[in-house]
Design a protein around this ligand. Structure first.
Ligand SMILES: O=C(O)c1cc(=O)[nH]c(=O)n1[C@@H]1O[C@H](COP(=O)(O)O)[C@@H](O)[C@H]1O
Length: 271
């Protein structure tokens, strides 16, 4: 089944929220864990216990694992596999992007079902041009995986690139319309999504890409349920609000973590 179909089914079953696993040094300290491989290992295991089989999406942030070198990557690989075994969809946040031949190798690393680090979807950066992402779309399609392309990011520096005009459309608008073309005709939705931050103020672009919209910036970066209602009202069924610190701050108690995601889901479903 395609990633778009699996995402739609998971959102209906569990609610739309995505929980990010971002083991910041500060969060490890708050959870009374050492800022070490052992601390990371424990943090990731608690997240798996709390979220696997209980939420639609989990988004491990690769950077927080990579900072511990090879041992951190081993923990990331195990975390991805443990989550996926329970059917929880893993969006690996690696924000890759490169010339086509190298992009193909990254795609093989993260989207080929036979790869040790295979995830259900990854995040990619289109700075080398939308066409450079084609290997990600091709490998994803062959493996029923998904791809989330950065379009309107949650950071304040994003507009200097994303709002720039390219002909008579903005760079972000160009990304969104090319995603819409890739997803055209797919039902219940396509597998190629966009990342659009909850903090962007105004959209000013057509978000009807017939694909999932990953919406970070919700929670710790200041985005609220009201922002999501306002920015995404016409495409709300495709919105996957993503929060990391907002939920993880409730840890390390497993039921408190689960309750926190349940609250996020119920606030959003009420929207
Ligand atoms: O691709 C992302 O997930 C992402 C895109 C974006 O525009 N802004 C953004 O914050 N993110 C990621 O989403 C997470 C946000 O974490 P919190 O601010 O703790 O909820 C981090 O892992 C970021 O790398």
């Amino acid at each position: 089944m395609s990633f778009g179909s699996r995402a739609r089914a998971a959102m209906a079953a569990y609610g739309p929220a995505c929980v990010g696993i971002d083991p910041h040094a500060e969060l490890l300290a708050e959870w009374e864990l050492p800022d070490s491989v052992e601390g990371l290992d424990r943090f990731a295991s608690i997240c798996v216990e709390a979220f696997a089989g209980h939420v639609a999406f989990v988004k491990p942030q690769s950077a927080f694992f990579e900072r511990f070198g090879a041992q951190g990557v081993v923990i990331l690989e195990r975390t991805i596999q443990d989550l996926r075994h329970t059917g929880t969809l893993v969006v690996l946040d690696v924000k890759r992007g490169d010339i086509g031949s190298t992009a193909a190798a990254y795609a093989d690393a993260y989207l080929d079902e036979d790869a040790p680090m295979a995830a259900d979807a990854i995040t990619v950066s289109p700075f080398l041009g939308f066409g450079s992402l084609q290997p990600f779309f091709d490998v994803a399609e062959r493996n029923d995986a998904g791809v989330f392309v950065l379009a309107l990011t949650s950071n304040k520096e994003g507009p200097e690139v994303q709002h720039a005009l390219n002909g008579d459309t903005t760079v972000a608008g160009g990304m969104l319309s090319q995603l819409a073309a890739l997803n055209a005709g797919q039902s219940p939705m396509g597998s190629f999504g966009a990342v659009v931050g909850a903090t962007i103020g105004d959209v000013g672009e057509d978000l009807a890409i017939n694909g999932p919209l990953l919406v970070p910036g919700f929670g710790a970066q200041g985005g609220t349920v009201n922002d999501i209602r306002r920015l995404f009202s016409s495409v709300i069924d495709n919105v996957i609000p993503s929060t990391s610190r907002g939920v993880l701050a409730e840890g390390p108690d497993v039921s408190a973590l689960r309750d926190s995601v349940a609250r996020v889901n119920s606030e959003l479903v009420g929207s």
